[in-house]
Design a protein around this ligand. Sequence first.
Ligand code: 5AD
Ligand code: SF4
Length: 334
Amino acid sequence: MDRDEIIRLLATTDADEVRALLKAADEARRLSVGDEVHLRGIIEFSNHCARNCRYCGLRRGNKALRRYRIPDEEIIELACGVRDAGIATVVLQAGEDPAHTTEHICRLIGRIKDATGLVITLSIGERSFDDYRAFKDSGADRYLLKHETASPELYRRLHPDSDHGNRIQCLRWLKQLGYETGAGNMVGLPGQTLATLADDILLMRALDIDMIGIGPFIPHPDTPLKGAAAGDLELVLKVIAVTRLVTGNTNIPATTALAALDPEIRLKALAAGANVIMPDFTPVHYKRHYEIYPGRSGVPSDIARVLAGLEKDLAGIDRRIGKGPGDRKSRSND
Ligand code: 5AD
Ligand code: SF4
């Protein structure tokens, strides 16, 4: 599929054509990654951030936000909870917190690996090549770093203090170091066009990205973009569908941002190419301050109930919860 064809598919509003696109993506998902829906337990262990992304509630300029750091002991306990829930992967996510020295993160990774044996995914932003190598040597297996947008120009407008080239370089380093690497974008960013979205998809294919997080932009009232419109949900589904068709056997989550706008839409995403869900293990008294965008704390936090509900929902669409770590590498390409 070339750029023009992608743009044309994303542009269509013809109900039959949209339905056919989502169905084709669902079939491609079934053939390339099967019917299992893989779970990743996520722990948001700090909401401090040194950056000032114009869309994000954690930006350093947001003085209204209560900041927290979960102590290491407690993070390890939460990771044990992920393992006890039968989930094979933990995602450790935080803002770009200056308190997270390389040594500290390495020690934390080592302790979690020793205590749980889980596959460890880090998501703590842009770091140096040496840092990424040290994390890998300490036991990190995967890394999520959304590229946010493929347009350097749009990126500059949204991130006054950071550089698009460096972000892409980080993704190349992560791949080079052997991480299963995640990227992704937001749909509906002010100033974004369908051509930008096509470029997002083609960029991720060119970088051979393994995990792809696609979610709607949701305006946060304490950010400069508070007056902007939220991303369109049908367009998010179309981007997920085309991404599945273009990238084959990648892992694509039905993102929390989608569920924040409409709880029902998660299943629609799973029927349009997605194959991953990331249940949140962050205790609610922290989670309510991890306010990247509004509406997150409305997501229920009783994990046993969440998982039971999920199992039932999945059975309804002939899908099942995946066993094992659900990595990409063990599958043949396409
Ligand atoms: N709406 C939707 N997603 C957002 N993110 C940050 N701010 C918003 C927002 N307002 C996403 C970005 C980032 C991740 C931590 O959350 O993609 O990578
Ligand atoms: Fe910080 Fe990430 Fe939010 Fe940017 S998107 S302000 S780096 S938490």
